[in-house]
Design a protein around this ligand. Structure first.
Ligand SMILES: *Cc1c(COP(=O)(O)O)cnc(C)c1O
Length: 402
């Protein structure tokens, strides 16, 4: 590992933490009964709702993304219920399994590792559910393993067309604050996220947003337990019930600083545009590296072919195995850049897995960081004699200049 300069952890969570967030956390423990902590919480709730584009409710948990899944699950389900999971990568499968563990029967529509959810297939599956057994449709907005971005609004439209009453629950753990997401406009009933990706705060806070329909539907859920119950957590004026125990004091100070930056200063829409530009630069570089001499291909390419189904938060790329793993090791040892592993793209232990890596461009990222990552990758490919097409960096720079 290089010891000079600042190391860049370009993995899809935890993401880069701004110094402002770190500094906000670096302080003595506050009074938890009154004072500043109580004063900042209502504003945090307000900004979390702005970030999700909802006027409804949000609950905060001391948890990571897996905990946020379980928080949503226990409020939505009772043992013996049915769910439909739309799977586009390992995280979609992970959520399905966490629901199954509660004694819920989960039907899966698996769209593979290189394509988005097909809303027609969803409509068909719901139409076949003539008894209305499916209680919730689960999906990832972005599946961080494949870097696919699903079109949530078209899934809502499929539910509406068929007239199916199931709730629509969406995992935005990777995408929130990065990819365009409109909870109320798109008719999302439940949404989960976590602090350590687009929200630029250390891992440790999980969030569940729910609309009034989902909150009402949860009243009869027999899985609701004292800690995970979202009911006491949604009203920020009843402070002692908000966190099911001691408040996550320092995380709240960090989150306040992160929301200042993201929601109050830059603005959610500007953050979406920034992420789109950075993502396009990354795609351009990989498209160019993929082009060999005289129309041949180098074996380097983006996992998701259709640009409209690509996330703006993370990009999964394919190399000829084992070049991706060698390149990751090289950039970490020599360039001060840690890239993401290719997660779930090949069975565990299969050498084909060494053909994938991921680049995060989520959260506290800008032009020079993105060009720096791309430059480090190109240096690594040169050092390791990995064939790659020319001019990728200047083309990526041109995208960022526009
Ligand atoms: C990161 C991530 C998770 C898991 O979050 P943890 O905090 O690691 O538990 C789940 N879903 C998606 C889409 C993610 O990106």
């Amino acid at each position: 590992m290089t010891t000079t300069g600042r190391h860049y952890l370009a993995i899809p969570g935890p993401s880069v933490i701004p110094d402002r967030v770190l500094n906000a956390m670096h302080r003595a423990s506050p009074d938890i009964y009154s004072g500043e902590l109580h004063q900042i919480v209502p504003g945090i709730y307000e900004d979390l709702k702005k970030l999700a584009r909802t006027k409804h409710h949000v609950a905060i948990y001391v948890a990571n993304g897996h905990g946020a899944w379980e928080a949503a699950n226990t409020n939505m389900f009772s043992p013996g219920d049915h769910a439909l999971a739309l799977v586009t990568g390992r995280f979609g499968e992970g959520w399905a399994q966490s629901v199954e563990a509660l004694g819920v029967t989960v039907d899966r529509l698996d769209f593979g590792k290189q394509a988005a959810v097909d809303p027609e297939a969803v409509a068909e599956a719901l139409e076949a559910d003539t008894g209305g057994r499916i209680k919730v449709v689960l999906m990832s907005h972005v599946d961080t393993t494949t870097s696919v971005r699903n079109d949530v609004a078209t899934v809502r439209a499929a539910l509406d067309r068929v007239g199916h009453p199931a709730l629509l629950a969406v995992d935005c753990i990777a995408s929130l604050g990065c990819d365009v997401f409109e909870m109320d406009l798109w008719g999302v009933d439940v949404m989960v996220s976590a602090s350590q990706k687009g929200m630029m705060t250390p891992p440790g806070l999980g969030f569940v947003w729910m609309n009034e329909k989902a909150r009402q539907a949860s009243i009869g859920s027999r899985w609701r337990t004292p800690y995970w119950d979202w009911m006491p957590r949604v009203d920020p004026t009843v402070f002692y019930r908000l966190f099911g125990g001691t408040a996550p004091t320092h995380h709240l100070f960090g989150l306040r600083a992160a929301l200042d930056m993201l929601v109050r200063e830059e603005g959610v829409e500007a953050a979406w545009r920034r992420h789109e530009r950075l993502a396009r630069a990354v795609w351009t570089a990989f498209d160019t590296w993929g082009e060999g001499e005289g129309g041949t291909r180098t074996g380097i390419g983006l996992n998701i072919a259709d640009p409209s189904s690509r996330s703006h938060a993370v990009t999964t790329v394919k190399f000829v195995a084992p070049h991706a793993t060698k390149l990751r090791k090289w950039t970490q040892a020599n360039a001060g850049v840690t890239l993401g592993i290719g997660l779930g793209m090949a069975p565990d232990g299969d050498p084909a897995g060494d053909g994938y890596l991921r680049i995060a461009h989520m959260g506290h990222v800008n032009t020079h960081m993105t060009l720096g990552v791309l430059g480090a990758i190109e240096a690594g490919m040169s050092a390791l004699d990995i064939p790659h097409g020319p001019d990728a960096l200047s083309r990526a720079a041109a995208v960022l200049a526009s």
